[in-house]
Design a binder for this molecule. Structure first.
Ligand SMILES: [Cu+2]
Length: 280
């Protein structure tokens, strides 16, 4: 009898499908997880400081996918010149729209004072992914630089789950590469599984929505959520083929593996921006 090899751990995820392969009698997701906590602002490298706006939906950015209704983050703060500023009190609850519908999102204004790096960290509240029956908690990091002066970008913050950049996430060329180390409470995670997504639908700051038109045409489902592995030292490199924002999510790397009697995946997320190479 003809049988199709099927991995039983690849469970059906109805709520969060990014791509579905159909074989007669069998439907399963080709995406492992593909959830990304965003901390988005259009420009990660600014000429001068001032106020910026951050949009923070928990979504599937490469697919204009589901926006998950997630509870208030456990922590949200800014690190500048080693000093931490709590931004949780000024966090606003809003919504975010995608092709899949609308969900709860968070947003905040933040002030960039003087030159240097500003690291923004959002530690999400565990989210119950019903289709997988697991909790997901993400430690997301976005670094916004002012004036090209490097200060804090390579700092390790000792998060439960963290991607420590070895390349400046805001000073990358289209076609260049990004390198980072996946860490679990300060320790490298050998062969960590990392999902990579391109923000293919431009976030619209005024309407709190993804644009309806994609920027690129992924040649196959495998390019929507790309999966790579870190090496034996927890380090990974990814070449960025297109200008724009890219997210990296190391799955289940944090030390806590259980929440309210269910499996917990503590993921590390980092956002980077590739800039176009322009001729004179
Ligand atoms: Cu989802």
């Amino acid at each position: 009898m003809f049988t199709i090899p099927f991995n039983p751990s690849q469970t059906f995820k109805s709520a969060c499908l990014t791509a579905v392969m159909t074989i007669p009698g069998l439907v399963f997701s080709s995406a492992a997880s593909a959830h990304f906590q965003m901390i988005y602002t259009p420009e990660l490298l600014k000429n001068r400081g001032g106020e910026i706006e951050l949009k923070m939906p928990f979504t599937h950015p490469a697919a204009n996918g589901h926006v998950m209704d997630i509870a208030t983050p456990e922590a949200f703060y800014q690190v500048r010149k080693g000093k931490k500023t709590d931004l949780l009190p000024q966090l606003e609850t809003s919504t975010w729209k995608s092709a899949d519908g609308e969900g709860v999102s968070y947003q905040s204004k933040a002030r960039l004072r003087g030159l240097g790096d500003n690291i923004f960290i959002l530690q999400s509240a565990p989210y119950l992914e019903q289709a997988e029956d697991i909790y997901i908690q993400q430690f997301a990091k976005t670094i916004v630089n002012v004036g090209s002066l490097p200060t804090d970008w390579d700092s390790e913050l000792g998060l439960s789950a963290e991607i420590v950049p070895l390349s400046k996430p805001y000073a990358l060329y289209e076609g260049g590469s990004f390198t980072g180390v996946v860490k679990s409470a300060g320790k490298p995670v050998p062969f960590a599984e990392i999902e990579v997504e391109y923000v293919n639908y431009q976030p619209e700051m005024k309407s709190n929505a993804f644009s309806s038109q994609p920027t690129i045409d992924p040649p196959a489902d495998a390019f929507i959520t790309m999966t790579i592995k870190a090496d034996a030292n927890g380090t990974f490199t990814f070449a960025l083929p297109k200008a724009g924002h890219w997210g990296f999510c190391a799955l289940g790397v944090g030390p806590k593996t259980e929440h309210k009697g269910k499996e917990l995946s503590q993921d590390a997320v980092i956002w980077v921006q590739a800039h176009p190479v322009t001729d004179l």
